[in-house]
Write a protein that binds this ligand. Structure first.
Ligand SMILES: Cc1cc2nc3c(=O)[nH]c(=O)nc-3n(C[C@H](O)[C@H](O)[C@H](O)COP(=O)(O)OP(=O)(O)OC[C@H]3O[C@@H](n4cnc5c(N)ncnc54)[C@H](O)[C@@H]3O)c2cc1C
Length: 371
């Protein structure tokens, strides 16, 4: 791509901070940099026409961890670590709400329910037995008796007759969240270039040389927020994990409201107005879903439709309006990686399945380590 003197001068010279990736982490990072250093030249480069990872594809749960997930995490993490993870999610949502406002975010407080399939009755019993202890553990964040047992008033089928519910959870409008973040950073003077893929970088004496598929430029600092795609630039730090989703057409008299975790969190669904959005099913073939390729498989999509028909909307007719996928970044630990990679080069990646909850804080922390 041939660039003019003017194009280089206005867009690509004297850059203080280049952020790679315009998902929630990259945009939150750019926002924090510009709020801290209003005079700094901050550039965000994004390989997609729209952000093309997880931030515009996700289910929009403002969630902090279901009871079975917290119990599962306690197998591999200390109590302090688990409490830290839950607290970070809670504070992340508070920060996002503060930065954008509930209206722009489409934030709605509503309960988050965990459902247990009848085949998982033993897990349900274990969660019930642990209810008091888990409530005590998370009480410094939410206050006493957060998780409660509620009866199956929505009439789900093939599940045990109670949910375990966290009334502190909520849902957001995923598209509006990223659009509002984009507007906000651009209003503050951040430059956002779409369709630019960073292929490599090299430390130089006075900063970092950044090579894209079309051109090269220099920046004082480089901040990488490419999450599921991070292995392209960073090697094996993060594994991609595709997640598939579908949404129904509007359903007459739909009374289901809130966010729902099903089958140990492998499936999740919520209402979007009078539609149902349902995602998950990576556990059906982890290997096939360890990919940065977008797309759907009949194995996963058929099972999502089975769950809609048999468990979520028994006896109701529905039509699927659309299907899509997103790419997450996962690893053996749930903690995100926020670190300096070399002089002036930093990353904030591996957000897992909770990136909406923690993305704003990870972006802020990424900006802070680069100052
Ligand atoms: C289907 C699905 C459902 C989910 N549901 C929830 C939920 O309900 N609640 C929740 O908290 N989390 C959820 N998540 C997880 C959450 O969406 C992610 O953790 C979060 O969006 C990650 O944000 P990010 O900014 O780190 O990454 P991304 O949003 O993936 O952003 C990375 C960006 O970097 C760009 N990029 C990559 N490589 C390059 C390159 N070389 N050059 C330039 N740009 C590049 C990508 O195009 C992308 O836009 C879900 C994820 C998926 C996929």
């Amino acid at each position: 791509m041939e660039l003019s003197y003017w194009e280089y001068k206005s867009w690509l010279s004297d850059i203080d901070y280049t952020v790679v990736g315009s998902g929630i982490v990259g945009l939150s990072c750019a926002l924090h940099l510009k709020q801290t250093f209003p005079k700094a030249k901050v550039l965000v480069v994004e390989k997609g026409i729209l952000p093309q990872g997880a931030s515009t594809k996700n289910a929009g749960f403002a969630c902090f961890g279901s009871i079975s997930e917290i119990l599962d995490d306690l197998q591999n993490h200390s109590e302090d670590e688990v409490l830290g993870l839950v607290e970070k999610r809670y504070k992340g949502i508070q920060l996002l709400r503060k930065q954008l406002g509930d209206k722009a975010l489409g934030y709605q407080k509503g309960s988050g329910h965990e459902l247990f399939l009848q085949k998982d009755k033993a897990l349900y019993d274990h969660c019930l037995e642990s209810l008091e202890a888990i409530n005590k553990l998370v009480s410094p964040i939410f206050g006493p008796n957060t998780f409660v047992k509620l009866s199956n008033t929505y009439g789900f089928n093939k599940v045990v007759d109670h949910y375990i519910t966290n009334p502190m959870e909520g849902q957001i409008d995923t598209g509006d969240m990223v659009l509002s973040l984009l507007r906000k950073v651009q209003e503050l003077g951040v430059l956002v270039l779409s369709g630019v893929s960073v292929e490599a970088y090299e430390n130089t004496l006075d900063g970092v040389r950044i090579c894209t598929q079309e051109f090269e430029f220099k920046s004082s600092k480089l901040l990488i927020a490419t999450n599921g795609f991070a292995s392209k630039i960073l090697g094996d730090l993060v594994k991609p994990a595709r997640a598939q989703v579908l949404i129904t057409e509007p359903i007459a008299d739909l009374h289901i409201q809130g966010t729902f975790h099903l089958d140990k969190g492998y499936y999740y669904f919520r209402n979007v107005g009078n539609r149902i959005l349902l995602g998950g099913g990576r556990n059906l073939d982890f290997k096939a879903e360890e990919t940065t390729e977008f797309g759907q498989t009949s194995l996963v999509q058929d099972h999502l439709e089975y769950l809609l028909k048999e468990v979520i909307l028994p006896g109701k007719s529905f039509t699927i309006a659309s299907r899509w996928s997103g790419i997450m970044g996962v690893g053996p630990q749930k903690k995100p990686i926020i670190k300096e990679l070399s002089d002036g080069v930093y990353c904030g990646v591996r957000l897992g399945g909770m990136g909406i909850a923690i993305g704003s804080i990870v972006g802020k922390e990424l900006a802070e380590i680069a100052q």
